[in-house]
Design a binder for this molecule. Sequence first.
Ligand SMILES: Cc1cc2nc3c(=O)[nH]c(=O)nc-3n(C[C@H](O)[C@H](O)[C@H](O)COP(=O)(O)OP(=O)(O)OC[C@H]3O[C@@H](n4cnc5c(N)ncnc54)[C@H](O)[C@@H]3O)c2cc1C
Length: 329
Amino acid sequence: SAELVSLEELTGTDVDVAADRRTVTVDAGLRYGELVTALHREGLALHNLASLPHISVAGAVATATHGSGVGNRNLAAAVAGLELVTSDGELLRAARGDADFPGLVVGLGALGVVTRVTLDVEPAFQVQQRVFEGLPWSTLAERFDDVVSAGYGVSLFTLFGDDALDMVWVKARTDAAEGPVGELFGAREADGERHPIPGIDPAPTTGQLGAPGLWSDRLPHFRMGFTPSNGDEIQSEFLFPRRHAVAAIEALRGLSGRIRPLLQTCEIRTIAADDLWMSTAYEQDSVALHFTWRQDQAAVQELLVHLEAALEPFGPRPHWGKLFLADAA
Ligand SMILES: Cc1cc2nc3c(=O)[nH]c(=O)nc-3n(C[C@H](O)[C@H](O)[C@H](O)COP(=O)(O)OP(=O)(O)OC[C@H]3O[C@@H](n4cnc5c(N)ncnc54)[C@H](O)[C@@H]3O)c2cc1C
């Protein structure tokens, strides 16, 4: 029979750095915000982060949570080893290279309770974040790959206005080629800090305007200690092969009249392919279309019928941790 296990008391905060400083092993319930504090002390970094540091390592890994960047795989792809307690109480340890390891990592909680996770790390790096406004849809269609490759991580935000995207957030590493400054394919650099949801105070967001900062203070959009996003919302997200990005965005623009009334913001990101069986980026370089909806589940579900149908030709994979209608088949 079905059983649920509460992990409320899985609150350990151990972080062990390997002797070669290429991996760290952490308690699974640790939140990324706590992990980055420990990594700072060691001068180490993860390759990428999601839009917020509030989530746990185990929860993010189990659901294939991702950040952005054409060369960046999702957060689960950094997992080099796992320890879990299976339903018969056995302790199972597995490492990258073991048979079936790629089936264990994005496990959706179905394989047992993950207690320790080993993650790849690298030397700490710095990032500059800049926001560009008003990129015409026609330019995005012509230059999609160039736009999403403009930095280490790029996020596009839109409310499906008629002429242009609202914002392009570019996160560029200071140890790589400089990201765009002042202008990006005709979009102008914002004259102040911005929140991903237009009209909301940008105080909770990470530093922008090109000020260099630590990887962990720039790769997420939201700072630890503040409410991420709006806090009152429903989310959906669909991933599919990046080569379909322009056609899929066009299909959604055809639904914009229905989408706009329920939408707080839509974010478009890219994720590099991985080999994790249940990953939304399994064996395909992907684009992700995320929707932050108003808190009206009945209306959102009604809209999802049309939205999932519009995306169907592109082979969408729903984000495991967000609202979708598609069944197992
Ligand atoms: C404001 C906001 C912003 C977000 N931004 C992003 C983003 O940028 N990118 C993205 O991809 N997603 C994003 N998400 C979605 C989020 O990353 C996922 O929902 C993630 O699962 C949340 O992590 P959690 O620690 O809260 O998970 P939980 O809700 O605690 O766990 C999710 C699932 O993971 C499994 N699980 C958790 N812990 C364990 C364990 N110890 N052992 C076994 N299984 C376990 C269980 O199946 C559980 O139901 C966002 C969500 C919010 C609310």
